[in-house]
Design a protein around this ligand. Structure first.
Ligand code: GSH
Length: 309
């Protein structure tokens, strides 16, 4: 089996979701640190245009969006299972509120107390570039950049609901962790990792006890490699991962045709290639890159649109 390569950066909450899953499953993985903002030429050599963090690479298979990564990692390393049959719909429900939790956490961190800590970490120039980049990230998609009002109205009620549920069981859906816990974990991690806003969570004892259980899983065993090494690995790998789910062609788009695939919410940069598989779970295209060679890029079916090229 080809090794797991995660393209990510330390500050990224969605990346922490996958790092924590590596921890739960006790996995060794290769770590490629990507820039916090555009340009990301090495990442785009693999994805063809998708720019969000993280991206998972297995040889020359490139997985965009953590919703799909959860499925792939669980299929390759099934113990303990993240998506047990008895909890499938509940995991999907938590996946559906994940973005609301994240969008509530982001403006909470960007309050003056949190911003001060971020500014110390990144420096004023990097902060200015970061803000301009995030304005661009939210251009052209269905989602708006979450502002302070969204944080104020959503953050504490959501944290309170998680806290109440976690007083009744060690993990969100019972005695063991599932994908639901990882959907909720990374926005809490984002808050807790910023000393300026971390105390906002102090009243939520059930949530904090769960947070300690989640962080105790660690991040598995990362080994840092360069982006060039990751691109060379894609070029040198002949094998491909199995498609996920039986063929279910998209409305009006046939396998074998040239398409573009793009997220619909934010970070909507299209990726062009030939459609090689479509199922209820994923959309898969093949593309050829000057540096990476022939790569296969996977997107979740939900939240992505496909257009004939
Ligand atoms: N739905 C995506 C969301 C990923 C996401 O929003 N990641 C943030 C970082 S935590 C991002 O990409 N920000 C812009 C960037 O890093 O360039 C997923 O589940 O992977």
């Amino acid at each position: 089996m080809s090794e797991l390569v995660l393209h990510h950066y330390p500050l990224s909450p969605y990346s922490e979701k996958i790092r924590a899953i590596f921890g739960l499953k006790g996995l060794a993985w290769k770590s490629v640190i990507t820039p916090v903002q555009m340009p990301k030429p090495d990442l785009l050599a693999l994805t063809g245009g998708y720019r969000k963090a993280p991206v998972l690479q297995i040889g020359r298979d490139i997985y965009c969006d953590t919703a799909l990564m959860v499925r792939v990692i669980d299929r390759l390393y099934p113990t303990p299972p993240l998506l047990p049959s008895a909890h499938k719909a509940s995991c999907a429900a938590f996946a559906a509120i994940e973005q609301t939790l994240f969008f509530a956490a982001v403006p909470t961190v960007f309050q003056p107390a949190g911003l001060k800590v971020l500014m110390e970490r990144l420096g004023p120039d990097q902060m200015a570039r970061f803000s301009a980049d995030r304005a661009q990230l939210f251009t052209g998609g269905s989602a708006s950049r979450p502002g302070p009002e969204f944080g104020k109205t959503h953050f504490l009620p959501l944290m309170n609901a998680l806290d109440q549920q976690l007083q009744a069981s060690p993990f969100l859906l019972g005695d063991g962790p599932t994908a639901a816990d990882f959907s909720a974990f990374h926005p809490v991690w984002f808050i807790r990792n910023n000393a300026g806003v971390a105390p906002l969570l102090d009243p939520f004892k059930g949530l904090l006890a769960w947070y300690a259980r989640m962080t105790a899983f660690g991040n598995g065993q990362p080994t840092e490699i360069s982006a060039d090494d990751a691109i060379a690995l894609a070029r040198a790998t002949p094998a491909l991962q199995a498609p996920d789910g039986p063929l279910l062609e998209l409305e009006g788009v046939r396998v074998g045709s040239d398409v573009t695939v793009a997220a619909t919410d934010y970070g909507v940069d299209p990726v062009a290639g030939r459609l090689i598989h479509a199922s209820v779970f994923e959309i898969v295209i093949k593309r050829v890159d000057d540096r990476a060679g022939e790569v296969v890029v996977h997107f979740p079916r939900a939240g992505f649109k496909v257009k004939p090229a």
